[in-house]
Design a protein around this ligand. Structure first.
Ligand SMILES: C[S@@+](CC[C@H](N)C(=O)[O-])C[C@H]1O[C@@H](n2cnc3c(N)ncnc32)[C@H](O)[C@@H]1O
Length: 231
């Protein structure tokens, strides 16, 4: 059965991670890049976390790491994987929406905004502002600038594959992806893109002091990470 929206796609048996080696390297890299933002002894939310295979690394310094994922199969696996880790809680977006105001020190949302409409992103930013303590940090990663092409994404994946030992798998995976639901959805639903000034303006409108981070989280350095401090 083919996916009709992005959540269904991410919940399906897709081949975006071209093999197990890629999937492990991907989540290791994301965890390594997110960990410096983890608040020692504090509460952190990773919204749209995906399989988060290395979330236990991110959880080490914090009191509580909340992994929020809408895709039910992915969430089920997260629950099973981290059942033995008292610092990690797995939640769905509906649960996060009713969490108490000012209960988070840091919120990360990485590689998710491209799958949301601008209106959905604005609503989430407002919710994040409510959940964060004053001075708390919002980290939005993998924002796709308007001018980036799919070719640039493919090149970034091949570079990552060469570095992590899955170059041939990456080549094969790119061909598979081209004929997959991903491309069909990318063409029909599109991916949301923002230039730096646009995302900064949206963050400021939602009550953040915003700036672009020096480097993106993850392997794709054409994409951007933004930091918002709750005013
Ligand atoms: C590219 S994956 C990123 C996963 C993870 N953050 C990472 O960087 O590896 C996109 C994630 O966004 C989630 N997602 C898609 N639409 C969403 C929505 N409307 N609300 C929350 N998460 C969503 C998907 O379920 C999927 O886990």
């Amino acid at each position: 059965m083919s996916a009709s929206d992005w959540i269904e796609f991410w919940d399906s048996k897709h081949s975006i991670y071209v093999n197990a080696r890629h999937e492990a390297a991907h989540f290791r890299r994301i965890a390594e890049d997110i960990r410096p933002y983890a608040p020692a002894g504090g509460t952190m939310l990773d919204y749209g976390c995906g399989a988060a295979l290395a979330a236990d690394r991110v959880a080490e310094p914090v009191a509580r790491l909340i992994l929020c994922e809408p895709a039910p199969n992915v969430r089920g696996k997260l629950g099973a994987r981290f059942a033995g880790n008292p610092r990690i809680a797995v939640r769905k977006p509906e649960d996060v929406a009713v969490m108490p105001a000012q209960s988070m020190d840091v919120i990360v949302i990485h590689s998710v905004t491209q799958y949301l409409s601008p209106r959905e992103t604005d609503a989430l930013l407002k919710m994040f502002r409510r959940l964060l303590k004053p001075g708390g940090l919002l980290v939005i990663g993998d924002v796709i600038p308007r001018k980036t092409s799919a070719i640039a994404d493919a090149r970034a994946l091949l570079r990552f594959g060469r570095k992590e030992g899955f170059f041939v798998g990456a080549l094969r995976g790119l061909v598979r992806t081209y004929f997959s639901d991903y491309w069909r959805l990318r063409k029909s639903l599109g991916l949301a893109r923002y230039d730096e000034a646009e995302i900064v303006a949206r963050l400021e409108a939602a009550g953040f002091l915003a700036e672009r981070a020096r480097s993106n989280i993850g392997h794709n350095d054409r994409r951007m990470t933004f930091l918002g401090r709750a005013r």
